[in-house]
Design a protein around this ligand. Structure first.
Ligand code: SAM
Length: 220
């Protein structure tokens, strides 16, 4: 349960020296840069690892509920750091329930990208409130995303894909990226290929459904 992991009181209490020790030698956030990408339900961390070298100047974090999986990702990152000196210093992972604690980690307008790759489907109608994309949670994501920031979603479950798309489509603070924008965005190419779940779906020849939306200022 939640009592087994620490929860920062506010974003300024997130200890960057624990997550990015080479970039933040002390716990004061004097360096000034903040986490900009969040991979929600990061699983085994494949996306973070691909993004790390694609955006070497950007701090990113994976949020994962399962303890053992989180420990695996931590270990995976520290091995990569040892094997590749100076690289993979910008990625980390935290064990937390993203449906409850996003505002404890990020301030208003802090994030430029949020990723939701192959989230759990929660098929039954009564469990839809447990989905990581919902009208309610989109308000929270809109709060922590900067204007122009992007939410990336992908799933192999058609019904969930429709659900995520319609939640985003109907929310006043998000608009869909155009086809040209999708093609020009290097992060979009990773959605179906970089994670362990995406690779499994690809091996099995499964179809995927993605929705990629930008945080906008709602028309008044
Ligand atoms: N994104 C990864 C991928 O594409 O390989 C993992 C996909 S896996 C199907 C969904 C992940 O979300 C699981 O690792 C699960 O533990 C995590 N998860 C589910 N609910 C969560 C929550 N409330 N907070 C954080 N992680 C959560």
């Amino acid at each position: 349960s939640d009592s087994h992991f620490p929860i920062p009181l506010s974003p300024s209490h997130v200890d960057y020296s624990l997550h990015y020790p080479q970039l933040f030698p002390s716990s004061d956030q004097i360096n000034g840069s903040k986490i900009q990408f969040a991979d929600i339900g990061c699983g085994f961390g494949g996306l973070l690892i691909s993004l790390s070298t694609l955006f070497p100047e950007t701090l990113m974090i994976g949020m994962e509920l399962r303890d053992k999986v989180t420990e695996y990702v931590k270990e995976r990152i520290s091995r990569l750091r040892v094997a590749n000196p100076g690289q993979y210093q910008n990625i980390s992972v935290v064990r937390t329930n993203s449906m409850k604690y996003i505002p404890n980690y990020f301030e208003k307008g802090q994030l430029s990208k949020m990723f939701f790759l192959f989230p759990d489907p929660h098929f039954k109608e009564k469990n839809h409130r447990r989905r990581v994309i919902s009208p309610h949670l989109l308000h929270e994501y809109a709060y922590v995303l900067q204007v122009g920031g992007i939410i990336y979603t992908i799933t192999d479950v058609e019904e969930l894909g429709e659900w995520m798309k319609s939640c985003l489509e109907n929310h006043p603070m998000f608009e869909a990226l155009s086809q040209e924008e999708l093609e020009a965005d290097p992060a979009v190419k990773l959605l179906s290929t970089a994670t362990e779940e995406g690779q499994k779906v690809a091996r099995n020849g499964g179809q995927t459904f993605q929705a990629v939306y930008r945080r906008i200022v709602p028309a008044s």
